[in-house]
Design a protein around this ligand. Structure first.
Ligand SMILES: *[C@@H]1O[C@H](CO)[C@@H](O)[C@H](O)[C@H]1NC(C)=O
Ligand SMILES: *[C@@H]1O[C@H](CO)[C@@H](O)[C@H](O)[C@H]1NC(C)=O
Length: 328
């Protein structure tokens, strides 16, 4: 607390002693007031304690120029990242001949054996649910599947986003009815998404520790449908699985995109899938109209069609791109 300035002392004029002492008193009073005033002035005019920030700035300003500069002012616009980082690979390995595609995938992913050999293992079998007649899915039996399998007559189908296998098994049934020996590669990490299990308590068994058990539940449905020789899980993220197919020269005649529905997932999936789409093949996908994820799928497809000069055809809930040109 700051001291108050002294008030004038009372002065009783009728006391002779005081009168005698007056010049001295005035002198001392003057000295005292002067000292006090000087002290007061110097204390109030001294700079306030400086905030640490000031010292930091001073230190940084005195650093040599190769130190990291610190600035609180808005930085100028940054140049976009190098263009090659924004591009997707469009050229993949030479295609393996169609009769070798299944063998290639089994060799690369399962060391040459079928993932269905000895399935389900005794430790897992009692945990799985009996496959229902109708698998849980979303728009998995819409006419778009029949239309495209009849018109494209695909020998290799690649599906991005399989979940329990409803659309994969529907495509298997359609191609079987057309006597098409289609191989169906199911790219999915088979982990669902955070919180998915609450929506499907009767479709998916409780997790085994951190294992979602989606993969064995899907495989059980495939085995029950008698399609284990041609509906093959590729149980990795769509990005890493598509990059691997591209390296191996495994192409699809028909590719269905139905994995992540946010723009970035859909954009990456569509671009990477197009690289492993055989010329003349067709890329299609689900959820053209969904408002979830800010129309991420629709915006990705629309942008992709524009960039590649393809025609985009809505088909119910689905989107279909015009066939990949033979001479891209
Ligand atoms: C792959 O299979 C071969 C036999 O075909 C076996 O000798 C080898 O140990 C297997 N490798 C792995 C990693 O399982
Ligand atoms: C395949 O053919 C069978 C027998 O005609 C039929 O019952 C079944 O519905 C067909 N499946 C599809 C998906 O068209």
């Amino acid at each position: 607390m700051k001291p108050h300035p002294p008030s004038s002392p009372p002065f009783p004029p009728f006391l002779p002693a005081i009168r005698r002492l007056l010049p001295r008193a005035v002198f001392f009073l003057f000295l005292f007031s002067l000292g006090y005033t000087l002290g007061f002035l110097s204390s109030s005019s001294s700079p306030p304690p400086q905030p640490p920030q000031f010292h930091v700035q001073t230190q940084l300003q005195s650093q040599p120029h190769d130190q990291i500069p610190v600035s609180t002012s808005p930085s100028p616009p940054v140049a976009p990242p190098p263009h090659d980082l924004l591009r997707f690979r469009t050229k993949c390995a030479d295609p393996v001949p169609q009769p070798d595609v299944l063998r290639t995938v089994l060799d690369r992913v399962y060391n040459g054996s079928s993932p269905y050999a000895g399935f389900p293992p005794p430790a897992i079998a009692p945990l799985l649910y009996p496959p229902p007649h109708r698998l849980r899915g979303w728009g998995s039996t819409k006419p778009v599947f029949r239309d495209l399998i009849e018109s494209v007559r695909p020998l290799t189908i690649i599906e991005l986003g399989t979940f329990l296998g409803a659309s994969a098994l529907h495509m298997a049934a359609l191609s079987r009815n057309l006597s098409l020996p289609s191989l169906i590669l199911c790219l999915d990490d088979f982990r669902g998404w955070p919180g998915f299990r609450r929506r499907f308590p009767r479709d998916i068994p409780p997790p085994l520790h951190a294992d979602a058990l989606l993969l064995p539940q899907f495989m059980l449905a495939v085995a029950a449908a008698g399609e284990a020789d041609r509906v093959i899980p590729v149980p990795f993220s769509t990005g890493s699985a598509l990059a691997a197919l591209c390296d191996w020269g495994v192409y699809g005649d028909l590719i269905e995109v139905d994995a992540g529905h946010d723009f970035h997932s859909a954009w990456a999936d569509i671009n990477m899938a197009y690289a492993v789409l055989r010329p003349g093949g067709v890329l299609f996908g689900h959820d053209y109209y969904t408002a979830a994820d800010d129309h991420g799928v629709r915006r990705a497809v629309t942008l992709f069609a524009k960039v590649k000069g393809l025609r985009l055809r809505p088909h119910g809930q689905h989107w279909v791109l015009s066939p990949k040109p033979l001479d891209p």
